[in-house]
Design a protein around this ligand. Structure first.
Ligand SMILES: *Cc1c(COP(=O)(O)O)cnc(C)c1O
Length: 461
């Protein structure tokens, strides 16, 4: 990609949702009422919303049309069978069970495959995934390659698991102590960094060697496939469909949040390649938790939208446009001298707040202070991934200071255009010219758990 290339979106607009930049004084009032916490803003007071890419995408005309043929039969809905065909064709799995979202899939599957005390080895477990592992008595171990922690190095596959550490861990603890291996593609928690096919294949071979099950946390499987096509030799001439099939061939099953690459606003699933015994258990367990196995927490129309979304997301011009837009935002910020995490991942750009605001100590939440400033400057809602999110050490009660204090600009799918990206960059450029004047924050209300959602702040004077 040449620097700063814009690629026209491969779609045109037919329905539009108005957004409005409310006046600066109203933004000041809104963010103060929200206790300087963007989670507590009313969405209508936000101009461009980059809180998350989860469930925030736009559906296509084909998906909306599909919703009109929703079959809301309690059992055996036609849309379930359409979804089953998509799962077979796109993922190559024989079995699946729908769930209301990704964590629903984790909640149903994990108790069936984890014995209390066992380890679950992954590249980097997503936070709800880790929580569900621990709720079932398991222990989540992150074995991502060390290079993932170096924001300035530009390795093409920073989501890879460290295979040597993986094998060493299995040998040290013994196979019986391991429940399964879980590969997260792309690796959300390190910034949407992709996992290479070589790494997926090797992890699968290792699982075979030790007779361990291996699953995918497949929320961003299509974005991962696009990176493989772009970056991994031997894949440049393969179709995304072929790469996706190969990806899933290196797994026994998956949990999936369909709110990302499913291109729907709500939904998820458990996929199983061919293990009929496990499928039977999953079908039993889903009933009391999510619902009957042919709907699993989704209405018929929602299953239809997902059936279509799974096919659309592997279209190459869609993926090229999606990834290019995120890269473009990253490139422009970099060109403006704003420090970002590199390389830019699939779904978000991360600003390194420690480098951008070196005068604000980590105890004063530099990335959160920048979130507040960005909202005030341009009505853009971003999210902190740093000290605020890390919380306190449960034993000592001390603040944890993570290595990175980041502001995440998460881009919803098919929602915003390059003009919106430019607006985001321009706001940050204006902030950069007077960044020394930004002051840190102190927390004036701190909830005990998941504090970032409802904490309230004041400026340090
Ligand atoms: C979003 C996500 C989940 C959880 O899915 P929900 O649909 O939000 O419940 C799990 N794993 C990964 C990698 C995710 O990105």
């Amino acid at each position: 990609m040449t620097e700063l290339t814009r690629m026209p979106e491969p779609y045109k607009m037919k329905v539009v949702e108005p957004i409005r930049l409310i006046p600066r004084e109203d933004r000041e009032k809104a963010i103060k009422e929200a206790g300087l916490n963007q989670f507590l803003l009313q969405a209508e007071d936000v101009f461009i919303d980059l809180l998350t890419d989860s469930g925030t995408g736009a559906m296509s005309q084909d998906q909306w049309a599909g919703m009109m043929i929703g079959d809301e039969s309690y059992a055996g809905s036609r849309n379930f069978y359409n979804l089953q065909r998509s799962v077979e064709d796109v993922l190559g799995y024989k079995y699946f069970v729908p769930t209301h979202q990704g964590r629903g899939a984790e909640n149903v599957l994990f108790p069936l495959i984890i014995k209390p005390g066992q380890y679950i080895l992954g590249n980097y477990h997503f936070d709800t995934t880790k929580a569900h592992i621990e709720l079932k008595g398991g222990r989540a171990i992150n074995l991502i390659h060390q290079r993932a922690y170096d924001t300035a190095s530009a390795h093409p596959f920073k989501g890879d698991i460290d295979l040597e550490k993986l094998e060493a861990f299995i040998n040290e603890k013994g196979v019986e102590q391991i429940a399964f291996i879980l590969m997260t593609v792309t690796c959300n928690s390190v910034g949407g960094q992709p996992v290479s096919m070589a790494n997926l294949r090797s992890a699968y071979e290792m699982a075979q060697k030790y007779n361990l099950p291996i699953f995918l946390d497949a929320a961003r499987f299509a974005e991962n496939a696009y990176f493989i096509k772009q970056r991994e030799s031997g894949y440049e001439n393969k179709s995304i469909a072929e790469i996706v099939l190969e990806t899933f061939s290196y797994s026994d099953g998956c949990t999936m949040s369909a709110k990302k690459d499913g291109l729907v606003n709500m939904g998820g699933m458990i996929g199983i390649r061919d293990n009929e015994e496990l499928f039977k258990k999953v079908r039993q367990n889903v009933v009391p938790i999510e619902g009957f196995p042919t709907y699993g927490g989704l209405s018929g129309r929602d299953m239809e939208a997902l059936a279509r979304g799974l096919r659309e997301v592997i279209e190459e011009d869609y993926l090229a446009s999606r990834i290019n837009q995120v890269q473009y935002l990253g490139e422009r910020l970099k060109a403006a001298g704003i420090p970002i995490q590199e390389p830019v991942g699939g779904h978000a750009v991360f600003i390194d707040a420690k480098r951008f605001l070196p005068h604000i100590p980590q105890s004063e939440y530099p990335a959160q202070a920048l979130c507040v400033e960005l909202y005030l400057e341009s009505g853009v809602r971003a999210v902190e991934v740093g000290t605020l999110l890390a919380g306190r050490d449960p034993e000592t009660g001390e603040e944890i200071y993570p290595e990175l204090d980041l502001l995440r600009l998460t881009i919803p799918r098919r929602v915003y255009t390059y003009n919106h990206m430019d607006w985001i960059v321009d706001g940050l450029k204006r902030i950069a010219t007077r960044k020394d004047q930004i002051v840190g924050l102190k927390m004036v209300y701190e909830p005990e758990i998941l504090r970032h959602f409802t904490a309230r702040f004041a400026w340090v004077k």
